[in-house]
Every structure is written in structure tokens, then in C-alpha cells.
Design a protein around this ligand. Structure first.
Ligand code: KG4
Ligand code: ZN
Length: 357
């Protein structure tokens, strides 16, 4: 089976064609193009929804055409076309959904609306053929959750952030340090030359039952740490040390929460053997190292997608679409984009405002 997927829910205009050929990955991903709108948003220090939607509209057709050309395929050789149907910035999602629907209508193909989070969640099956069920840590700019991934479209949320997502904490901390947007990669780069024990930052939620997260206190502590430094522009070594201290705190929190998540997962699924990390923050090498160490302690295999498949991309949407197609799930052309779309609709609302799922 061969599926085209479009991703337009944030600031990447991306498309890919994937197949269910046996691994390696290079054979599965027939063609992919990711256009990051970094320059458009950098001047504002973050993603501006209206600017993003217009840029998606401007580029979507060309990105699809380039992807098909790379794959060396015509639309008639596809089995379906998938697009992110939500959650995300609604203007962008509408552009991707309309583009995919048009292709589906013209070429008489099934259309599949993919949950963006499921795209991240199933990437480890595209890259490593990980079997269901597995424990997933989904960490991105908008989400920070532990999930049992039980099958296509079947998720149980074990824990989530009660305030900010970790990617958001990376981005906001980076902004406070004047590191610009997107913050995650910049913080990681500075942390490499920093001293992680210089600033004593909090480890929110540590030792609490369950596996929920909270990161807004960590972000505030970064602000206080900056205020405690001498007036004037931050020095390079201060930035490096603060980034390393921030990352160490995030790593400690994740390791602590993961202990409980593993227990909860294994109670439901003693047959599950794999921990998977997904989402933009999964690109962070330091955090990947921490997760791998934890997995080893718990005798679990650890799978992290290659870096370019951690941040938003078309291949994850095409693959999730392919899995749904195989399961017989397609969507009508009347599908309406969904700004909110939790993976586990039965999960209780998390405690505070600003909850992302
Ligand atoms: O999954 P993604 O591309 O978009 C969302 O669906 O949110 O994730 C973007 C997030 C941003 O917050 C970005 O700062 C973070 O992922 N990120 C990182 C790294 N690369 C991207 N965070 C920490 N370290 C990184 N290397
Ligand atoms: Zn994402």
C-alpha cells in the first residue's frame, strides 16, 4: 500500500509518500519534503497562526508536487491520501485537509483525516516495526503525555501535564534567555557547554503518585534565576549553565515520572516490552539518553525515531493514514478539521487550566 500524507498543523508545510514495504526506512519513505516557516515566524518570537495559514496556502501545492516527483509516482498509483485533521492551528489544518480532499476527489482516492498526535505516536512503527502494545512518552510543543498505545486509534492516557508542555517550557525559557525561536534546539546546543549543577531549579511533581507532569514552575524558576544575575545582557557561560541546569531538571522529572508510568503500563500490559518516545522534544539527545537509561533499568527496549521524524513531518501522517487504511478506516469528504482531538477521549480532564488534551 502507498499513501500520501500532508502535515500543516503548525509551522511546517510537509508531505511524504510512504509504503508498507518491509524495512529499511529508506524503502518505506518513497519521497518527503519538509518546509519550515522559521523565517516567517522568527521576527515574532513564536508561531503566528494567521501567518502560518497563509504560508501553508502558498506552499502546499508545490510541496505535494515535489514530494510526488521525488517518489517518482503519479497520483493514480496511490492507495489513499491522508492529512492532519487536528489538533493544531485551525487555519493550517484547513489548508492541508482541503488540499488532500481535492486530490482524493480528483483522483478518486480514499481520504483519511489523521490525528496529528497519532502521527507522532505511530512513527516508531514506521521506523522500527514496534509491536502493539507499547508505552509512549509524547513530548512536543503542545503536549506532554504518557500513553499506552494499544492499537490503531486505541490509546489509554496514563498521565499528562497539568499546565505547560515540555516543549513550551523549552521555548519560553529560551525566549527569556534571548535565544530566539524555536527554543528547544538552542537550549540543547548551549547546554552542551554548561554546568548542570550551577542553578538549583525545581523538579515539579517528583515523588508524587501517578505520572502527571507540571512545567510552569520550572519556567518561572528560570525567570527568577535570570533576575538573580547581574544586570545587563546575559553572558554566554550564564546561558550555557542555565540551559544545562534546565535540561537536567527536565531529565530528572521525566525519569521520576517514567518509573510510575512503567508500573502503570505493565499492570495493564505485562506483555509490553518497549518504551517509545515521540514528538519534537524527542529530538533532544540528552533526554533520549536519560530515557534509554531508565528503559534499561526496567528491562524495556527503547525506541526513538531518527531526529527528522521527531519534529513535524509528512511521513508520520502518511504512515498513520496507511495504518487506518489497512484497518478499513477512511473519512468522508465532509470531515471537519478539529482544533482539539484527544487521543484518549475517556481520559479525565487534567487538573488545571491550559490543558492541551
Ligand atoms: O512535534 P513538534 O515539531 O510540534 C508540535 O506538535 O508541537 O514539536 C515542537 C517542539 C518545540 O517546542 C521545540 O522547541 C521542541 O519541540 N524541540 C526540542 C528540540 N527540537 C525541537 N526540544 C528540546 N530539544 C530539542 N532538540
Ligand atoms: Zn507535532
Amino acid at each position: 500500500m502507498i499513501v500520501l500524507g500532508l502535515e500543516t498543523s503548525c509551522d511546517e508545510t510537509a508531505a511524504a509518500v510512504v509504503s508498507d514495504d518491509p524495512l529499511p526506512l529508506a524503502r518505506r519513505i518513497k519521497g518527503e519534503v519538509v518546509l519550515s516557516q522559521l523565517d516567517e515566524h522568527r521576527v515574532y518570537g513564536g508561531v503566528v497562526p494567521e501567518v502560518a495559514a497563509r504560508a501553508h496556502l502558498q506552499h502546499a501545492d508545490r510541496i505535494v508536487a515535489e514530494t510526488m516527483e521525488k517518489a517518482g509516482l503519479s497520483f493514480s498509483q496511490l492507495d489513499a491520501v491522508a492529512a492532519t485533521g487536528g489538533p493544531g492551528l485551525i487555519g493550517g489544518v484547513m489548508v492541508g485537509v482541503m488540499t488532500a480532499k481535492a486530490i482524493a476527489a480528483v483522483h478518486n482516492l480514499p481520504f483519511i483525516a489523521v490525528n496529528h498526535l497519532e502521527g507522532h505516536a505511530l512513527t516508531a512503527r514506521l521506523t522500527h516495526d514496534v509491536a502493539y502494545p507499547y508505552l509512549l512518552l509524547l513530548v512536543s510543543g503542545g503536549h506532554c503525555q504518557f500513553l499506552s498505545v494499544e492499537g490503531v486509534g486505541r490509546f489509554k492516557r496514563l498521565g499528562t501535564t497539568i499546565d505547560d508542555a515540555l516543549g513550551e517550557a523549552f521555548d519560553k525559557s529560551a525566549k527569556m534567555m534571548g535565544l530566539g525561536y524555536p527554543g528547544g534546539p538552542a537550549v540543547e546546543a548551549h547546554a552542551r557547554s554548561g554546568e548542570p549543577s550551577r542553578f538549583s531549579l525545581p523538579r515539579p511533581m517528583r515523588k508524587r503518585p501517578g505520572c502527571d507532569f507540571s512545567f510552569s514552575g520550572l519556567k518561572t524558576a528560570v525567570r527568577h534565576a535570570i533576575e538573580g544575575l547581574p544586570e545587563g545582557p546575559l553572558q554566554e557561560n550564564d546561558i550555557n549553565d542555565l540551559c544545562a541546569s534546565f535540561q537536567a531538571a527536565a531529565g530528572d522529572v521525566i525519569a521520576d515520572r517514567l518509573d510510575n508510568a512503567m508500573e502503570m503500563f505493565k499492570a495493564d500490559h505485562p506483555e509490553g516490552t518497549t518504551l517509545v518516545v515521540a514528538g519534537g522534544v524527542a529530538a533532544n539527545e540528552y533526554l533520549r539518553g536519560r530515557l534509554m537509561a531508565e528503559a534499561e533499568i526496567h528491562n524495556m527496549a527503547f525506541v526513538a525515531p531518527p531526529l527528522h521524524l521527531c519534529t513535524d513531518n509528512g511521513a508520520m501522517i502518511a504512515w498513520a493514514g496507511l495504518e487506518h487504511l489497512k484497518a478499513g478506516n477512511t473519512d468522508a469528504l465532509t470531515f471537519k478539521p478539529r482544533p482539539r482531538w484527544p487521543l484518549d477521549p475517556d481520559a479525565p480532564k487534567a487538573a488545571f487550566a491550559g490543558v492541551k488534551a
